[in-house]
Design a protein around this ligand. Structure first.
Ligand SMILES: [Zn+2]
Length: 581
């Protein structure tokens, strides 16, 4: 990891880039006209006398906590820098849960609590009633609106009931739910994202609308409406995604800038996803002659998808007249593309740097639009992320010889577990399995346990002992151990406990050591309790927000109580965080 250079940049940047004029002179010493102008200027930065008109909560998927400092010198004026100059930047903000994935992160942002309380422990989980995998926002009672299961592809067409989406699995109230509870229909809540789970979990239970993109168009579900509003249909009909077919994604700035900050463009372990190759420039076609499913995948992996999402968010602000009603409105925006670049090329790549620099310019357009439509001085803008990302193990091996790093095959872990279980209890009947695995542990199958006369607790201990000996395992715990652990416990065990739902969760849970990933071949992933994945930005900007940079340890759980205070509503009932200012 390039932590050290990034840290150097951060310190320099605090003074040169993110600084802002302090020490406003006393109006009494100035002539009356200037005093008025100064008072007007001061009003824009002083604590708001009345609640903000609009809260904009921006969650950038996989935006690591060191990116603002690392890439800050290359930002434009109107994006992140504008927010930093008009707000407070918490540089030491972490998630406190272990399974750092998109859905748990987004659910924590506006509920102010951890997955054990809000219920969204992963992007999907094993349903112990049916033994099927269940998506985190799956709801058969809320079919999609704006696209049919058949149009989503063969997998969706074969199981249409699994394509319905709603926030039903989210068990805790959000800041937006508190707004709606207090202000009723006068406060309006919308959330937009490239991913369904990001939009839905930011919207909470009572959003007027949540929209995300599927195959180049924005859709919603019956939970929100029976049909797409006219403005969404009009936006989709403009064909902004198809218009970028064949567009070239090249670096925004000169190659030497990226070489200096990130190192070489191509690195062992980078993935060639959706025909995009491993080096710049690349053409966004998905290898097709005209727009089709492979093109939509390539498009989602390009920064152009963030541009179209911003266009859509701007349209939502205008068409839904956000920030122009009687009470505070809330808009959640979940930018997903940075996550794809991190997965494909890692955090030290040219591609991630370019994705962030382009997102900065995209953010500037969105902020310009909000300035025109509402006035940023009357808005609160919050920026955070759902999780970070680990470095490519090959990068660690190349740049830090001797530091352990590598790729883990879950199948090998499973074989070891089965061998240990068989040695202790005997083989399970033909056609049965000892367990069903997911991304962080296993569920023991009750029928197999019963057939071998084993209890879940005994079998879990056997698996724990087998896995604890593996060189890449940092922690492995049984259900019994997790349930005996306090929610506020320290270390990886505490973080795993905060990712654990007592009802229906796994029998054995594990975490890898630093720099190990369960991804074979190429690319990288996240989902661990290590700092490169828990550290995210937390930035408040606008009405009622103090100015400056703060380095004390804070948590994403603190976002919701702090935002609630700014909006003049009670913190969500389950919030475990604290108000930061
Ligand atoms: Zn991801």
């Amino acid at each position: 990891m390039r932590q050290c250079p990034a840290e150097r940049i951060r310190r320099a940047c605090h003074v040169t880039c993110f600084g802002h004029p302090r020490g406003v002179p006393s109006p009494r010493r100035l002539p009356p006209v200037s005093a008025l102008a100064l008072l007007a200027a001061f009003a824009a930065v002083a604590p708001a006398a009345e609640p903000p008109r609009l809260a904009v909560v921006i969650v950038i998927d996989q935006f690591r906590g060191d990116y603002l400092a690392r890439f800050g010198p290359h930002f434009g004026e109107g994006g992140f820098r504008r927010l930093l100059a008009n707000g407070v930047n918490f540089t030491n903000c972490h998630y406190r849960h272990a399974i750092t994935l998109t859905a748990p992160g987004h659910a924590t942002v506006l509920t102010g609590t951890t997955p054990d309380a809000h219920g969204v422990t992963a992007n999907d989980w094993v349903d112990r009633g049916t033994w099927e995998t269940r998506n985190c926002v799956e709801d058969p009672a809320s079919p999609l609106v704006g696209i049919s299961p058949a149009e989503l592809g063969p997998v969706a067409a074969a199981a249409p009931a699994k394509t319905g989406r709603s926030p039903r699995p989210l068990l805790a109230a959000t800041v937006s739910d508190e707004l709606k509870r207090l202000r009723g229909p006068k406060s309006r809540v919308f959330a937009v994202s490239n991913k369904d789970r990001s939009a839905i979990l930011l919207g909470g239970q009572q959003a007027e609308g949540a929209y995300w993109d599927e195959n180049g168009r924005f859709v919603t579900s019956r939970h929100y409406r029976a049909d797409l509003p006219g403005w969404v249909r009009a936006f989709n009909a403009e064909g902004r995604v198809a218009a970028r077919f064949g567009a070239t994604w090249d670096r925004l700035l000169d190659r030497s800038v990226y070489d200096r900050v990130q190192g070489p463009d191509d690195e062992a372990g980078e993935a060639d996803t959706a025909g995009l190759g491993r080096t710049f420039p690349r053409k966004i076609t998905g290898g097709l002659a005209k727009p089709g499913p492979a093109f939509f995948t390539a498009f989602d992996n390009s920064p152009f998808s963030a541009e179209v999402l911003a266009d859509f968010a701007m349209r939502a602000v205008t068409e839904e007249k956000l920030g122009r009603g009687e009470a505070t409105d809330l808009l959640g925006v979940g930018f997903s593309q940075v996550d794809t670049a991190g997965h494909n090329y890692g955090p030290d790549s040219h591609e991630i740097m370019d994705s962030v620099l382009r997102l900065d310019r995209t953010l500037a357009r969105l902020l310009d639009h909000i300035e025109r439509e509402v006035g940023l001085a009357r808005c609160v803008v919050v920026v955070t992320a759902d999780h970070g990302i680990m470095p490519l193990p090959e990068r660690v091996q190349r740049t830090q010889p001797g530091v352990p790093a590598g790729r883990v095959k879950p199948a090998e872990m499973d074989a070891l577990a089965v061998k240990a279980l068989e040695a202790r209890f005997g083989a399970v009947p033909k056609g049965e399995a000892w367990f069903t695995r997911d991304n962080a542990g296993i569920h023991l199958r009750p029928a197999s346990l019963a057939a071998r006369g084993a209890t879940a607790a005994e079998a879990a201990k056997v698996v724990r002992e087998a896995w604890a000996a593996l060189p890449y395992i940092a922690a492995v715990h049984t259900r019994e151990e997790l349930l005996a652990t306090r929610r506020d416990a320290d270390g990886i065990l505490g973080a795993l406990r905060r990712s654990y739902r007592p009802e229906g969760d796994r029998d054995v849970v594990y975490a890898f050591k630093r720099n190990f990933v369960a991804k074979s071949g190429a690319g990288v992933s996240h989902g661990s309790p290590h700092d490169y994945e828990t550290h995210v930005p937390l930035l408040f900007s606008g009405a009622g927000v103090p100015r400056g940079e703060r380095s004390e340890p804070v948590s994403v759980e603190d976002l919701a109580p702090t935002l609630s205070a700014l909006l003049g509503v009670p913190a969500p009932a389950n919030a475990t965080g604290r108000r930061l200012f």
